[in-house]
Ligand binder design. Sequence first.
Ligand SMILES: [Zn+2]
Length: 288
Amino acid sequence: MRSGWLKRKKAEIQTPTETPSDLWSTCAKCHEVVFERDFQRNLKVCPRCGHHHRLTAEERLEITVDENSFTEINGNLAATDPLEFPDYAAKLEASYRATGKYDGMITGSAQIEGIPVAVGVADFSFMGGSMGSVSGEKIVRLMEFAEQQSLPVILFTASGGARMHEGLFSLMQMAKTSAAVARLDRSRIPYLVVLTDPTTAGVLASYASLGDVILAEAGAVVGFAGRRVGNQELGARLPANFQTSEFQLEHGMIDRIVQRKELRPTLAYLLRFFGAEVEEMEDADQSI
Ligand SMILES: [Zn+2]
């Protein structure tokens, strides 16, 4: 029988049925298969099409701040369920189990090229980076900390907007964070924002749009309402790059698009421009 041709005579030969996932990555945009080591070395930017893949807060800090310089503050703040919104408690629990975090906003102090900063990083993997009471509170406390310590503030945004499960409590964070930015302004503390994919809705309409300098990663979705909402209102008349970093740059909403590899030196350049100084390291062991 011809089907016998397909029978293996030597049983010990094994055909791999799948590519080991830790060896290769597939670009989410152009679907190019990339050697995982090259993908990581390229900071999760596709070497073929330049698509910037999302980073976790830890990955962002690792490529942005000086090694071992980050100290988290307010990491123990956790959301409650003030409205007893259906399934909210279970979603919080699942997000905590999946990410090991109590919230999608991670804040703390760090150094960038030796310059001390207060830094906050949103992690989209925690409930879409949505801004609830905890995110808002952590941002405000970070800004107050920066005021007390006279540190410039850098925020990396990534959020679908306010967290609907907390209703008005989350919408209030827009006013609360905006007021904190105004206080920074009065104290003449520099505030730099980096918009990453995606930054939309209530977050874009509050602290994300209020930076002294607003940078964005290439190709990030940046806009108040999504393309689908816009299309419903306007038909199919929206440009191809609608609600992207590039679109916002063309319309004067952001100052510059920065490639991921250039972000760290660009931030350091801006910090020096605003007068920040490198902190002299104390002699680690003066007895020698
Ligand atoms: Zn690609």
